[in-house]
Design a protein around this ligand. Structure first.
Ligand code: GTP
Length: 596
């Protein structure tokens, strides 16, 4: 297809605002999916995505649409819908010339959508505002058209009014994509350059890499090169999703499609990388490539220690489809053998944990999420800490923690509640704007560690679920941070160490010690539970002694009965963990880590 007849677009929308429904409707109207084939939510593939109602992996579909008797090819590129995947979103946007800004006309725009809209505007994408679900009785299209018009600088009348459910207004959306969004431009005679915006592992075909060709062309059987690493692969198949994958004779300027090379690991086909032809390669890669970088770390441990090999195999498997997942073995006195895992964010962590439990039938416990701390020692040496139990013990000069820019959208009634929460979490107010008379955008700069610690839940509960949050990386700040250890009878319980701000150290210590006192059964001797910063004790609780003598129940005499009882007691001890001289049922640790 010649570039003038191609339109590449994506849909920017908040979760549940109806992206999948609208996408399905477009597939149906353009005739690529017949009614009877209509599977609900064609584009969402993984079960989890469907169940949790989130779109994680993006892919692309080609649709034919005729406008004024000219046939066009529309490529719809799906974007992931969550904050953790913002880099993938930015690459999907970079593959497009335009975006539908899809907003539920009963809800209005949300923080996440706003963040992605700004990203699209920075990328110079043409924005088509679409108000969806106008069939709903609660729809207020006029109100939100005003909001959208203010945001993107158009007239309220420019907003399309649509219902993905009934199909109303959808044809007009397809027409507007052709009339409003510019055709792709590129140099057909230049060496090939294609940008990877997604790569997905498929059990039968290996890695399927989705690309947008910028310059030149790619054809089957040719050797391609990944420009970030210089590795070469043979192109076994090249094609486009219509929406079933269909091999083509190649992909030219402006086209969107997939490549198959037989590689088995998405790490060899990285989002944002540039693909070129090995014979006559381009000299300069496309801009914007970034290595995936985990931001949040947590230990994952099987509740049943014998599941460790299953967990290891499961992680090896999931890694094939997740270039941003990092992990290494970790041993904890409290929790046994497990893995220290790195994630893009909290949702990424939750999704992975869910998949491990569901697809591999594992019961897992995860330690409190931690961020990356850069520590400079007095002697000038530097350490990177992702696990509080590895915090250096010597003289520390400075600790730096990751910061984020948070954008919160809330009804104006909750401004006070939101500001109080952000203030509590060491936030600095950056600015505030009214989107309409009753909705406000509040911007704060906050430590990532504070967001990782139940911030989202708090935000939701303090705003009755009405506020939405988005955040992005904003460098590092030096902070007054300390490591708090929890000691049981003088021995450190590694899984409970935490790096916290000095002002919060005492309350963390008191809370943890109190929790453990309630959960750990009495022992034969008195057990102190202490919270400490270095050698300084900041809080203490005590588990009083009990003398549990099983033999006292046998009124002398029967030796075989005595032996049986002793045997039984030994059995019960197997599920106990020893922390120094204290026996702790593993359940106590699990409860302490999971309950708030
Ligand atoms: P994610 O895939 O989770 O990002 O959600 P989504 O934005 O793709 O939303 P989805 O299409 O799954 O729709 C969310 C809910 O809204 C579903 O229950 C849909 O049935 C409903 N819905 C979608 N479009 C419309 C519409 O035009 N009118 C009405 N009344 N409901 C709609």
């Amino acid at each position: 297809t010649s570039p003038e007849l191609i339109r590449n677009f994506c849909i920017i929308a908040h979760i549940d605002h109806g992206k999948s429904t609208l996408a399905d409707r477009m597939l149906q109207m353009t005739g690529v999916v017949e009614n009877r084939d209509m599977r609900a939510q064609y584009l969402d593939r993984m079960d989890i995505e469907r169940e949790r109602g989130i779109t994680i992996k993006s892919q692309a579909v080609r649709m034919p649409w005729e406008h004024e008797d000219t046939p066009y090819a529309l490529n719809m590129i799906d974007t992931p819908g969550h904050v953790d995947f913002s880099y993938e979103v930015s690459r999907s946007l970079a593959a497009c010339e335009g975006a539908l800004l899809l907003v539920d006309s009963a809800q209005g725009i949300e923080a996440q959508t706003l963040a992605n809209l700004y990203l699209a505007m920075e990328n110079d994408l043409t924005i088509i505002p679409v108000l969806n679900k106008i069939d709903l009785p609660a729809a207020q299209p006029e109100k939100y058209a005003e909001e959208l018009a203010n945001l993107i600088g158009c007239e309220p009348e420019d907003c399309l009014l649509v219902s993905g459910k009934t199909g109303e207004g959808v044809e007009e959306v397809l027409d507007r994509i052709i009339t409003d969004i510019p055709a792709p431009v590129g140099d057909a005679d230049a060496p090939a350059r294609a940008m990877i915006f997604d790569s997905v592992y498929d059990t039968y075909r290996g890695v399927v890499t989705y690309v947008r060709v910028i310059d030149g062309s790619l054809s089957p059987r040719e050797k391609i090169e990944m420009m970030s690493t210089g590795t070469t692969h043979e192109l076994l198949e090249i094609g486009a999703s219509m929406p079933e994958p269909k091999a083509t004779k190649g992909l030219g300027v402006g086209e969107v499609g997939y490549l198959i090379t037989g590689v088995k690991d998405v790490r060899l086909s990285k989002v944002g990388d540039t693909v070129t032809a090995a014979a006559g390669p381009a000299t300069e890669a496309l801009g914007g490539y970034r290595e995936p970088k985990p931001m949040v770390f947590s230990g994952l441990f099987p509740i049943d220690g014998s599941d460790y090999p299953v967990l290891r195999d499961a992680l090896d498997k999931l890694k094939l489809n997740d270039a941003s997942l990092a992990y290494e073995p970790e041993t904890s006195t409290a929790l046994g053998f497990g893995f220290r895992c790195g994630f893009l964010g909290l949702l990424h962590l939750e999704v992975l944990r869910d998949r491990l439990e569901r697809e591999f039938d594992l019961d897992l416990i995860s330690t409190a999420p931690s961020v990356i701390y850069d520590v400079t020692m007095e002697d000038g040496s530097e350490t990177v800490v992702t696990n509080p139990s590895e915090y250096p013990t010597g003289k520390i000069k400075e600790v730096r923690e990751p910061m984020v820019q948070a954008t919160i959208l809330t009804p104006s009634d909750y401004i006070g509640a939101v500001m109080e929460l952000c203030q509590d979490r060491r936030g600095k107010l950056q600015g505030m704007d009214y989107l309409s008379s009753d909705r406000v955008e509040i911007r704060y700069r906050l430590p990532l560690a504070e967001i990782v610690f139940d911030f989202f839940d708090q935000l939701k509960s303090r705003t009755k679920g009405y506020a939405s949050l988005d955040y992005s990386d904003d460098g590092q700040d030096a902070s007054d941070l300390v490591k708090v250890d929890i000691l049981l009878h003088g021995d450190q319980v590694d899984a409970f160490s935490a790096i916290v701000h000095r002002d919060n150290a005492y309350s963390y210590g008191v809370a943890m010690a109190g929790k453990l006192r309630k959960l750990i059964p009495r022992q034969q001797f008195e057990v102190p539970i202490q919270a400490a910063i270095g050698s300084r004790i900041i809080a203490r609780e005590t588990i009083r002694a009990i003398r549990k003598d099983v033999l006292s129940k046998c009124y002398g005499g029967d030796i075989s009965r005595k032996r049986k009882l002793l045997e039984k007691q030994k059995e019960g001890k197997k599920r106990m963990k020893m922390v120094g001289t204290v026996e702790v049922p593993q359940e106590a640790f699990i409860a302490a880590l999971s309950s708030d």
